[in-house]
Design a binder for this molecule. Structure first.
Ligand code: SF4
Length: 205
């Protein structure tokens, strides 16, 4: 097993501010429905694996999210129908493949989400009103930057839109890093876990 990081089943939420829009959408869908459909589970499980949630903590996290709250399923049902699936994503069952967190390209190569699904890339998949709601939840203000992000999404420049959001939401940390003479990355976001890691790095150092 990989060394478990500081992230565990109960503190995932505290790291939400570092989530790109795709991960935030999955988290919101999961909280709202106490459930995610198959593609969403895959995408989010592997993202969480990438941010350092180990297999045991991951299983605890999903169990907690699926079985608590009103209308949530029973623990029995979770164990019977879902446990294997989560263990499988960690390569602990079946073919024991060590699945990697999905890149943006991988995410966009999958079928688009339907109305009940939350996987995919929100810059591609959401109508501008729903995208605006999501971006505001993430901390974007209703200003020219938000307009710019909507425009980039409209012109199918999804990663440029995502990179713009990252720059706006991390602008204070980016400036502080630069004023300390530390380098900041200028290449566009191409992976959800890169978005996460950059945010954590800029905040820490
Ligand atoms: Fe996620 Fe990539 Fe879309 Fe950003 S561009 S929301 S990281 S899939």
């Amino acid at each position: 097993d990989q060394a478990e990081s500081d992230i565990n089943a109960t503190n995932v939420k505290q790291f939400e501010k570092f989530f790109p829009a795709c991960a935030r959408r999955l988290m919101d869908g999961l909280e709202e429905n106490h459930h995610l459909r198959y593609a969403g589970r895959q995408q989010f499980t592997l993202f969480l694996k990438g941010i350092g949630l180990g297999p045991n903590e991951s299983l605890k996290f999903w169990q907690m999210m699926f079985t608590s709250g009103s209308g949530a399923m029973s623990l029995e049902k979770f164990n019977k129908e879902y446990k294997y699936n989560f263990r499988h994503s960690y390569g602990l069952e079946g073919a024991r493949i060590n699945y990697k967190p999905w890149s943006c390209t991988m995410i966009m190569s999958k079928p688009k989400p339907n109305k009940q699904e939350h996987h995919g890339c929100p810059y591609r998949d959401l109508q501008s009103d729903n995208l605006t709601t999501l971006l505001k939840k993430m901390g974007m203000r209703d200003d020219g930057n938000l307009q710019k992000v909507l425009e980039l999404s409209d012109s199918r420049e999804y990663q440029a839109a995502c990179t713009k959001v990252f720059e706006v939401l991390n602008s204070d940390n980016i400036q502080q890093n630069m004023s300390k003479g530390l380098s900041v990355m200028e290449v566009p976001i191409t992976h959800p876990n890169d978005y996460f890691n950059r945010g954590v790095l800029y905040e820490k150092r």
